[in-house]
Design a protein around this ligand. Structure first.
Ligand code: COA
Length: 315
């Protein structure tokens, strides 16, 4: 099999900034509580008429432009999302059409907050197996439309946005730039994060999720490193799902990865589920915090409970 690599990425956030003080006007909370327990200072919330497909198209368009490929170079579009407005049509075909990508394979994938890493893994496999040349992978979420704005344990956490990556073949003779995905699930804990019913809202058992995330995931990250032939000391950037700053700082500590290599986009983006990893990558690239050609560790986790990790070579 030939190798695959991440060619480029891009991110999109809605315009509307919602601060902790804004939330304190609608639920019984404080800026200090949210900062100290979750690490979020502000988040972005989509306009009422802004859809998951709108955000996915914006992020996908940026990644495509950064890749230098024409739309005709893409033959598969995967959108990871758990918050589409409707189950049909899928988001991916609409995104492809809007970006001028003619007749690609197009499907949505739901692995909640682990969705981007699942999509990246399947995109990499498709390129390596020869069933696609270049793949547009998007994580896009409008979590705000599935939130109970009177529930202070969830409305302070989740947010909206999209991020995307273009996956293509590795150069001739070059090693694969996307390591094997290590993925799994804990369906026995499925009830810990749910949306109940068609008109329901996200509910979670915060402490149980916190405990699971801080104890079960660092071995997954270590295995992803081992399968890519690197150690945590080699990792130049660690981009876990931006769930909660305390959770991801704890995982980084367990891996021995220094704080300055940890993505902390959650501070101003909130928890954007499957969008959070490519959004954080885009932000770190803008800030000059990524070193091209070096290994970065991605770790997605969330409802399901599902998780996935892989090491990529930064474009
Ligand atoms: N502001 C103020 N107080 C709040 C609050 C808020 N936004 N949310 C909850 N509280 C209160 C609770 O009602 C409780 O009050 P009580 O002691 O009077 O009953 C108290 O704070 C402690 O609640 P608890 O649930 O134990 O808080 P916590 O320290 O576990 O923090 C979470 C709650 C949700 C922030 C935390 O559990 C968490 O982040 N878990 C992981 C969730 C996650 O990442 N989910 C996404 C996975 S992808």
């Amino acid at each position: 099999m030939s190798g695959s690599r991440v060619v480029a990425f891009g991110g999109y956030q809605p315009d509307k900034v919602v601060t902790n003080d804004d939330l304190a006007k609608i639920v019984d909370t404080t800026d200090e509580w949210i900062r100290s327990r979750v690490g979020i200072e502000s988040r972005r919330i989509a306009a009422d008429d802004e859809t998951v497909a709108d955000m996915a198209t914006a992020a996908g368009g940026k990644a495509l432009a950064a890749s230098g490929l024409p739309p005709s170079g893409i033959d598969l579009v995967i959108v990871a999302t758990c918050s589409p407005e409707v189950p049909l049509p899928n988001v991916a075909a609409t995104v492809a059409h809007r970006l001028g990508i003619a007749a690609p394979g197009a499907y949505d994938l739901n692995a909640a907050c682990a969705g981007f890493c699942y999509a990246l893994g399947t995109a990499s496999d498709a390129v390596r197996a020869g069933s696609a040349r270049n793949v547009l992978v998007v994580g896009a979420e409008k979590m705000s439309s599935w939130m109970d704005w009177t529930d202070r344990s969830t409305c302070i956490i989740f947010a909206d946005g999209a991020g995307a990556a273009v996956v293509g073949p590795a150069g001739d003779g070059e090693p694969s730039g996307i390591g094997p995905v290590v993925w799994g699930s804990a369906g026995d804990l499925a009830e810990k994060i749910t949306v109940t019913g068609r008109n329901g809202a996200i509910t979670q058992e915060g402490q149980a999720v916190f405990r699971w995330a801080t104890t079960a995931l660092h071995p997954v990250a270590l295995e992803a490193c081992a399968r890519a032939g690197v150690t945590p000391a080699d990792i130049s950037a660690f981009i876990p799902h931006q769930a909660n700053l305390r959770i991801i700082e704890a995982i980084a500590r367990r891996l021995g990865i220094p704080r300055e290599r940890l993505a902390d986009d959650i501070v101003h983006a909130g928890n954007t589920s499957s969008a959070s990893i490519p959004l954080a990558l885009s932000r770190m690239a803008e800030q000059g915090r990524l070193q091209p050609g070096t290994p970065a560790l991605l770790l997605g986790f969330g409802a399901g409970l599902s998780y996935a990790a892989q090491v990529i070579t930064l474009p």
